[in-house]
Design a protein around this ligand. Sequence first.
Ligand SMILES: [Zn+2]
Length: 410
Amino acid sequence: VTADRTSVVHPFGAGTLLQLIREGDGATRADLSALTGLARSTIAQRLEQLRSQGLLRELGESDSTGGRPPMMLAFNEDAGVALAADLGATHSRLAVTNLGGTVLAEDSADMPIAGGPETVLDWVDERFHALLREVGRDDDVVRGIGIGVPGPVEHATGRPRNPPIMPGWDGYPIPERFADRYRVPVLVDNDVNIMALGEHWTNWAAVDHLLFIKVGTGIGCGIVVAGRIHRGAEGAAGDIGHIRVAAGDEAESIVCSCGNVGCLEALAGGGAMAARLRDQGLDATDSRAVVELARAGEPAAVRLVRESGRLIGEVLAASVNLYNPSVIVIGGDVAQAHEQLLAGVREVVYQRSLPLATRHLRVVRSQLADRAGVIGAAVMVIEQVLSPAAIDAAIAAAPPGPRELAGAGN
Ligand SMILES: [Zn+2]
């Protein structure tokens, strides 16, 4: 189901030219010739291959100092669509995007992941189909499907691996579920990684090293290294929720879902905060209730959110020393809810990390907010299906066009 990654990329094939056009927000034939050293005739031939795939549009004539003005070529973002799903523990969001990552239609609903893969993916399939109809597109314009789930995933096969809050999903072949209707790549990753990807691609593309922290019911971290998601040897990188933070009698008494004591998530996650507010006699069933109480100015909730930020800051201070990111983005519903979380994180990170590592460090809130995951899922697809290898493979597999047939007869 996944695209063939073993195919050889031509050093300056059509796929590479498309990448240069996308990265530069357009180019002229002369630009491409100068960048690649290819003859103009070769450039023209490869551009024709891209045009036959519907991947190019002409922006009109660029500014010129005289003579016949050159044509600006740009990537046609409407050459297809991506289907994206951000499946959360209790709430899910779906979208159809164009190949520029722009959301064309979206939908969200309360859909417990614990309902199991059959129920949840039937719903996703049905809603994808409805969203495509909503934007007036057929199934055959879908270039790929991206799905984020709230648990660890074996990225190469798209199968969840021992996901603690996803009963019935362990080893489930998510990509195969969509193979009958769509013959396209289906990519699956955990929700924090896709949020990191969406935020990086949309707002921080020029930054090489970024950490994205999701603070919801649990706490997780997506790591962008040299512009790419770092998944680690077993796909478990960034699982900061189970790093031990401040010990003490109280911490020792709180047992985490993983069985250890003193875990960050068990002390500072939205679920943990709700439990502590209940202990104080407040009505807080889950992380959303914590958010509402904090927003309403309930002093106990505001204090707890600030303290949660400080605990997260402790783990991040160590991460900053270890990894030296340029940007830390804080997302997830608790982070969106109250500035005290960000304030607590900043307080400890700037105090405890080494000065050299924090000299240019920015700690910011997610700008995409609850759309980070679904946009990241689309980006995951777009980056794969528009990679030079995938484009060259698609061109090689396409039937010859009329011009090529005519040329072959000469
Ligand atoms: Zn734990």
